[in-house]
Write a protein that binds this ligand. Sequence first.
Ligand SMILES: [Fe+2]
Ligand SMILES: [Fe+2]
Length: 295
Amino acid sequence: MALYALGDTHLSLSAGKPMDVFGGAWENYMDKLARGLGVLTDDDTLVLCGDTSWAKSFPEARDDFAFLNAFPGRKLIVKGNHDYWWSTATKMRRFFAEEGFHTLDILHNNAWLHGDVALCGTRGWFYEEDNSHQGTHDEKVFLRECIRLKASLDAGRKLLGASAGDPGHPESGAGGGVGVGGADGNGVDGDGGMDGADGNGMDGDGGVGGAGGNGMDGDGDPDGELLAFLHYPPLYEGYRCDEIVDILTRYGVRRCFYGHLHGPSHQRAIEGAYRGIDYRLVSADYTEFRPFRIT
Ligand SMILES: [Fe+2]
Ligand SMILES: [Fe+2]
């Protein structure tokens, strides 16, 4: 019952953008991925940390997901900046169900259990986003990502038996929780993890008070570990997203896995401990197309 993370598989079986054209590590990357994913067994969970497929639609993504689904084990998909096929949770799950992709689900405004570990995540934020609107900081998108991360961590806390609510925020109030998230049951069986956020994806963030307290004492800490999976690196040489790091810190996350960085950018990746959190880059071209084993 192993847990793995792998980012940036950039599958393109139908989208016409195979990564082999970049040469180097990407040459024959589908063969490498097939070998790498060959370690998976039925009880395993693999978190895919974004940029999973180049496809722009479900029909175009079908072959890519069929490729992933053919390997044993559950695969939970985090949104990357190139996942243009991404849609609402309901539509994605309907597509997976209709196609028989029963090993696939999403990690987005929700959380999942793997043993006594809660898997949480969202796309995250990177300074590149600042340049996407003529150099302006897209505050709305940024805040939405922070809310999504908190929603997922709240859902993770619930799965671990703790109350939702930002544990380090005195106004949050354990037991308040957010309108999104709400992973039902334990999500382990592959059909749980409902996120209730589909549609506009951001209708939640209720976060209203609750049982009072700050969540750090009265309601206790979760009985297990919260792991964070992001697409964008919260830390990078010369860059740090304080808001994301702060959220991870407040929720007691000790390990964070991220992707997005490729080729020469690997050299500027920051790994290891920073403010009590261990960061790992798991982009496929960094891990030699092998899933990074976490547990
Ligand atoms: Fe990527
Ligand atoms: Fe990316």
